[in-house]
Each structure stands twice: as structure tokens, then as C-alpha cells.
Design a protein around this ligand. Structure first.
Ligand SMILES: Nc1nc2c(ncn2[C@@H]2O[C@H](COP(=O)(O)OP(=O)(O)OP(=O)(O)O)[C@@H](O)[C@H]2O)c(=O)[nH]1
Length: 286
């Protein structure tokens, strides 16, 4: 499902997250490890206020490990806790409870000191569409989806999922809108599947992708499409790839739309390896 983010929808999404905020101790902010800046909601700090949070760099299995390390260092430098995870395989997920406990130790100690009955840490997942929220929640819940039902003292029914003994997770994630900063952000969101590519021109997305690969991963581009030298003209790059992939119209003419689609499919299908589309410097200068 692709959500059209009109101002009314944004306001509603924000309201839904804000309403649930008061029920939780900590936020798990899910971002795509391939675009850790572009996949963050632009108003997230304002929305979650001072609620503790952990940024989860999801789909780390598809991201460039060197860049992931850079991103972790970057988030550390701005005092944001970060864990790279793969929600599909479960890699890294065990670290989440451990870190959440550490972050909330003081709050829970104080509660205990006041004689409040010990309880599990309450958390919720937030993230933009397709960031992997459902996959993460299902994975954390494993098979023992023991919904705890209504929480006493909470007027509105909230469904909680038990994650081990120590965490209770809201069963529905908070969906927030992605950035709409500029076209480049749009291309990155399209390449990672966060927005439908029909919103943007396929050839534009592919041109952006090729220019990016040429700059950041030229060897992989050469290897995947058999270039000895990457041609200077974008149309020549398209011609070679189109011919190689059989993206032709009648009379042997290269079909550029099909070629663009093939390029995008290759990137999404990891044919060009693990890719990260942005570096922390970009985020820092924002
Ligand atoms: N490779 C990989 N794929 C993942 C990972 N997490 C999620 N996915 C895939 O990403 C896609 C989106 O995952 P969902 O869990 O549906 O994302 P969501 O955030 O709930 O999406 P919306 O319902 O649109 O808000 C699915 O195809 C998942 O299989 C991961 O860590 N690694």
C-alpha cells in the first residue's frame, strides 16, 4: 500500500503517534540502513519530544557495511543510540531489549524506589512506510504472540505484544511520512522501495542511480554490466545496459523505460551488491 501524504494525513499520523506516546517508555525508530537520513521522518524529534529512543538501522543486510559503521558513529556523535538490525533474519534484535533496559535503568530504579510494582518496559515502533515495521514486530513477537490485552489504568484499549519477559510492544506501529525535501531524497526513497516509483519518472530514477553508482561504486557498475570504461554520456550507458538486458523495442531499438526498470530492479535485487545511498556528512550539513 502506498500512502499519499497530504497535509491532513500527516496531521492524523502525527496525532496517532502522539496519542500512543504517553503509554510507552521508549521509541524504536526504524530507518532504512541504506538511507538512514532520507528514511527518517523530518519531524521525528518534535513528535517524540524527549522520549528515549533507539534508532534501528533496519535492512542492514542490504546496506554497505562500511557506511553502516559510519552511520553508527554519526548517530553516536549526536547522542542517539543506534543498532543495525535485520528484521527478516532476526540479526541484532537481541540487542534491542538489552539496550532499552540500560537506557531506562534509572527511570525504573526510581519507580522501584517509590514502591511502584515492577513492570515490563513499554515500547512502540515508528517508521516510514516499508521500513520494515511489521516484519520487526512479528519477528520480535516470535510465535508467542501473547497479547496482554488492555493495560489497567489506560482508558483506550491498547494491545501489547510480549517480547521476552522484559518488553511489551504496542502491536500497531506508528507510521510517519518520509522526507519530501528534494528530488534526490525522492529518488533514494524510490530506489529502496519506500515510495512507489510511478510517482517519479523511471528514467530519472535510473539516471540518478547510474550517476550515483558511477561515483560511489564504479567497479560494481562495470562488473555488473560488463563495461571496461563507463561511457560519459548517460544515453550510452543506457544503450549498453539495454542491449545486454534485451530491453528492446521493434527494430532493435533500445527501450529506455524497460532499461530503466531493469536497472532499478537490479539495484533492489542486490545485483550490484550491498549499497548505501548516503553518507552521514549529508545529514550533518542538513
Ligand atoms: N532484506 C531485508 N528485508 C526486510 C527487512 N525488514 C523488512 N524487510 C522487507 O521490507 C519490506 C517491507 O516490510 P514491512 O514489514 O511490510 O514494512 P512496514 O514498515 O510494515 O510497511 P508499511 O505497512 O507500508 O508501513 C518487506 O518486503 C520485508 O520483507 C530486513 O531487515 N532485511
Amino acid at each position: 500500500m502506498t500512502i499519499q501524504w497530504f497535509p491532513g494525513h500527516m496531521a492524523k499520523a502525527r496525532r496517532q503517534v502522539t496519542e500512543k506516546l504517553k503509554f510507552v517508555d521508549i521509541i524504536f525508530e526504524l530507518v532504512d540502513a541504506r538511507i538512514p537520513s532520507s528514511s527518517r521522518n523530518p519531524m521525528i524529534d518534535e513528535i517524540i519530544q524527549h522520549k528515549p529512543r533507539i534508532v534501528l538501522l533496519n535492512k542492514e543486510d542490504m546496506a554497505d557495511p562500511i557506511r553502516t559503521k559510519e552511520w553508527i558513529r554519526y548517530f553516536q556523535s549526536i547522542n542517539i543510540h543506534t543498532i543495525p538490525i535485520n528484521s527478516k533474519s532476526g540479526d541484532g534484535l537481541a540487542k534491542i531489549s538489552k539496550l532499552a533496559k540500560e537506557i531506562l535503568a534509572e527511570k525504573f530504579d526510581k519507580m522501584r524506589a517509590k514502591g511502584v510494582k515492577p513492570r515490563a518496559i513499554r515500547a512502540m515502533v515508528v517508521g516510514i512506510p516499508n521500513s520494515g515495521k511489521s516484519t520487526l514486530i512479528n519477528r520480535l513477537a516470535k510465535k508467542n504472540i501473547a497479547k496482554t490485552g488492555n493495560t489497567p489504568g489506560v482508558t483506550k484499549a491498547q494491545q501489547w505484544i510480549k517480547v521476552g519477559k522484559e518488553i511489551e510492544l504496542l502491536d500497531t506501529p506508528g507510521i510517519l511520512w518520509p522526507k519530501f525535501e528534494d528530488q534526490e531524497v525522492g529518488y533514494k526513497l524510490a530506489l529502496t522501495g519506500a515510495i512507489k516509483d510511478t510517482i517519479l519518472n523511471l528514467q530519472d530514477i535510473a539516471v540518478f542511480a547510474l550517476r550515483f553508482l558511477e561515483k560511489e561504486y564504479p567497479e560494481r557498475l562495470k562488473e555488473q554490466y560488463g563495461f571496461e570504461q563507463i561511457p560519459e554520456e548517460i544515453v550510452e550507458i543506457f544503450d549498453v545496459i539495454g542491449a545486454k538486458r534485451g530491453c528492446l523495442m521493434g527494430g532493435g531499438i533500445i527501450d529506455y523505460d524497460k532499461t530503466a526498470e531493469a536497472i532499478i530492479r537490479d539495484i533492489r535485487g542486490e545485483k550490484l551488491g550491498k549499497l548505501t545511498f548516503e553518507r552521514p556528512q549529508v545529514a550533518e550539513s542538513e
